[in-house]
Design a protein around this ligand. Structure first.
Ligand code: GDP
Length: 361
């Protein structure tokens, strides 16, 4: 699937750059263009991709702090300029726009939903948001911001691919130490997903490749999506890899998803990557039907991704996921943080009579 990436805010810019680098290094050619937008000049300086500073008249290049309402306002006011900057990258071949943002900060948290709304108004291709949730140890303001941003993005984007900052990092590392590793993991996994729709079936030995439309159809239910990943050593003989494929798929779904403990989904896509001669058709078919049973979805697609590796990897994309325990738990954290933030300011609590978080706009 040919995509144009736009990172909003600090995390958004860093992850976008990693994704563009990964796609380039692997020679996939799925990333057609990448750009980073921010209200903080300093955060743009470290990036090699194209950048654009917004909100100059309001915050003078110093960022919005954690004020995601201001982040949304600035993006609403300057969305036309941002989209103009994106136009040259949005060739006729682009099949989707992917906005990347940390949902817990200010610029990305407010800017991502505002930009998604504007892009959807103008373009026919899908507009997806990859949203990063703050880890458990991050402060209350991050949780509160992310809760409101998540709600608003899920409403505005064609699909919100959620990544929990606690999901793909090594236990014991601090959040900052973990960022480089998390960003590498996001780049590899999302990068593989985009590239999996790019394999030309005629040129490759793979028997059943994934098409871009299968990724788009898997994300069609809207709402939230998650991505799972796992890999394992594989035998040289496909016939011996039935179990390797089914158990790797199980690990991808049960322990390797970008938001843990998601079990119910409307749609699914399984991509098995590895040397074509090591991929067992029977294994892929069994793993695909296992995902259908496990998620209650009747629409799980499956395909191969020829990759020169002695290991076998399973990538599982789930669309229209139900709010899992983990997402409920996160929304609870966000709500509490939002309420205590407002208590501190001495504001009335009436806004929370229905105990729901407000949308951002
Ligand atoms: P913004 O610049 O105002 O949009 O704010 P940030 O992008 O710094 O958003 C803060 C959130 O993003 C927090 O939850 C951070 O933990 C997270 N974050 C910041 N940098 C990174 C990063 O490099 N990788 C990841 N995965 N998360 C990050």
């Amino acid at each position: 699937m040919k995509v144009v990436l736009i990172g909003v805010g600090q995390a958004g810019g860093k992850v976008t750059q990693r994704l563009a680098e990964y796609d380039y290094d692997m020679g996939f050619g799925a990333v057609q263009g990448a750009m980073a937008v921010n209200t903080a000049e300093a955060d743009l300086r470290n990036l090699d991709i194209d950048t654009m500073l917004i909100g100059r008249d309001r915050v003078k290049g110093h960022g919005v702090g954690g004020d995601n309402e201001l982040g949304a306002e600035i993006m609403q006011a300057e969305a036309t300029e941002v989209m103009d900057g994106l136009d040259a990258k949005l060739s006729t071949e682009a099949e989707a726009v992917v906005i990347v943002a940390g949902l817990g900060g200010g610029t990305g948290s407010g800017g991502a939903p505002a930009l998604a709304r504007e892009l959807k108004r103008i373009h026919d291709i899908p507009v997806y948001v990859t949203g990063i949730l703050p880890g458990r140890d991050e402060g209350a303001i991050y949780q509160a911001n992310a809760g409101r941003s998540l709600k608003t993005v899920a409403r505005e984007a064609d699909s919100l691919l959620l990544i929990d900052n606690d999901a793909w990092r090594t236990a014991g590392e601090s959040m900052e130490e973990g960022f480089a590793e998390i960003n590498d993991n996001i780049a590899q996994r999302l990068g593989l997903l985009f590239a999996s729709g790019e394999i030309d079936a005629v040129d490759e030995v793979a028997e059943s490749v994934v098409d871009s439309s299968e990724i788009i159809n898997t994300l069609r239910p809207g709402g939230m999506a998650v991505l799972g990943y796992a890999s394992a050593a594989a035998s040289e003989d496909a016939g011996e890899n039935v179990n390797a494929i089914t158990s790797t798929t199980r690990n991808a779904l049960l322990t390797g998803t970008s938001v843990p403990n998601v079990v119910e989904a409307e749609t699914g896509l399984l991509v098995v990557a590895g040397q074509p001669e090591r991929i067992s058709r029977k294994g892929v078919e069994r793993a695909r039907s296992w995902i259908e049973e496990e998620t209650g979805s009747m629409q799980v697609r499956g395909g191969d991704f020829p990759l020169d590796s002695e290991r076998i990897a399973a990538l599982v994309l789930l669309g229209g996921v139900e709010r899992s325990n983990r997402i409920d738990e996160f929304m609870e954290r966000a709500k509490e943080a939002h309420e205590s933030k407002n208590d501190d300011r001495g504001e009335a609590k009436e806004a929370f009579v229905n105990e729901e978080l407000d949308d951002l706009f």
